[in-house]
Ligand binder design. Structure first.
Ligand SMILES: Cc1cc2nc3c(=O)[nH]c(=O)nc-3n(C[C@H](O)[C@H](O)[C@H](O)COP(=O)(O)OP(=O)(O)OC[C@H]3O[C@@H](n4cnc5c(N)ncnc54)[C@H](O)[C@@H]3O)c2cc1C
Ligand code: FES
Length: 246
């Protein structure tokens, strides 16, 4: 069931410069959503911009849906200006998220790709490996540490936060042949995860991003090429088996 509803902003945190966390009241969505699914948010009360923007569900709590987002363009800049008590229009939960894990779970995130993994960790536990470029992301890493608690390993490419290396370096050191690995991050990271992990673990899933219009499978604007033909990220995904895509 997909809902289209309005909910007030119950909490807003500026996690670091250009990164925000919002908690939006939406009992209908939060009660049925599962990790890997996303919502489309109307970022302005007017019809400009016309298209809603997609955000992974980063958690559910007290009848609210949580999102963690970075400001990259006009839509996210508008969203960053909302205040506690403002009302936002949401559509969701959308897409096919992660199936319940069957093996030992390892969650691997790069940059804002950590958002759906926070929900996965909330629901299923497991270890999280989170990687950033450098100390610019310290605020985000601190916030994630506070929210995840046990089971988090931090990596930075310059060694300024956690261990030196990428999230995939961390994943390689932790993944065993009985592991199930879920990866969220830029496309290049998903491809690299496929390259280094596909022969080593039981199951390897990744969450893909694409520009979206309808979010419900109608316009085919978000399609990606897979071994099984073109697939809609919003409807067939966003979670795909990396061995089916690369
Ligand atoms: C299923 C899904 C889940 C997502 N979850 C999150 C999340 O949890 N947190 C988060 O911060 N972002 C997430 N995104 C990305 C987010 O939707 C975009 O950053 C946002 O739509 C940009 O809107 P804008 O108006 O600010 O940028 P625009 O003005 O539309 O674009 C600005 C720049 O961002 C790039 N961009 C826009 N949309 C995307 C996209 N979907 N993927 C890659 N690059 C894009 C554009 O190419 C352009 O360079 C997700 C995207 C998808 C498809
Ligand atoms: S956004 Fe319309 S089919 Fe995916």
């Amino acid at each position: 069931m997909i809902f289209e509803l309005e909910g007030f902003v119950a909490n807003k945190v500026k996690v670091m410069e250009g990164v925000y966390y919002l908690s939006i009241e939406s009992p209908s969505i939060s009660s049925v959503a599962y990790p890997g699914q996303f919502v489309l948010i109307r970022v302005s009360p007017s019809l400009d911009p016309l298209l809603r923007r997609p955000f992974s569900i980063a958690g559910v709590k007290d009848g609210c849906v949580e999102v963690l987002f970075s400001v990259v363009g006009r839509g996210t800049e508008l969203l960053s200006r909302v205040k506690i008590g403002d009302v936002l229009s949401l559509r969701g939960p959308l897409g096919k998220g992660f199936p319940a894990p069957s093996f030992e779970l390892l969650l691997v995130g790069g940059g804002m790709g950590v958002a759906p993994l926070l929900f996965a960790h909330q629901r299923y536990g497991g270890k999280i490996v989170f990687g950033v470029k450098d100390k610019v992301y310290k605020g985000l890493c601190d916030w994630i540490r506070d929210n995840v608690g046990d089971g988090l390993s931090l990596f930075s490419e310059d060694g300024s936060i956690g261990e030196r290396g990428t999230a995939l370096d961390g994943a390689l050191s932790l993944a065993c042949s009985d592991a199930e690995v879920w990866v969220c991050g830029p496309d290049a990271m998903l491809y690299e995860a496929f390259r280094v992990l596909s022969g080593k673990v039981k199951r390897l899933l990744g969450s893909f991003e694409s520009r979206m219009a309808c979010g419900i499978g109608g316009c085919y604007g978000c399609s990606i090429r897979t071994k099984g033909g073109m697939k809609r990220v919003c409807y067939d995904g966003p979670v795909f088996d990396l061995r089916e895509v690369f």
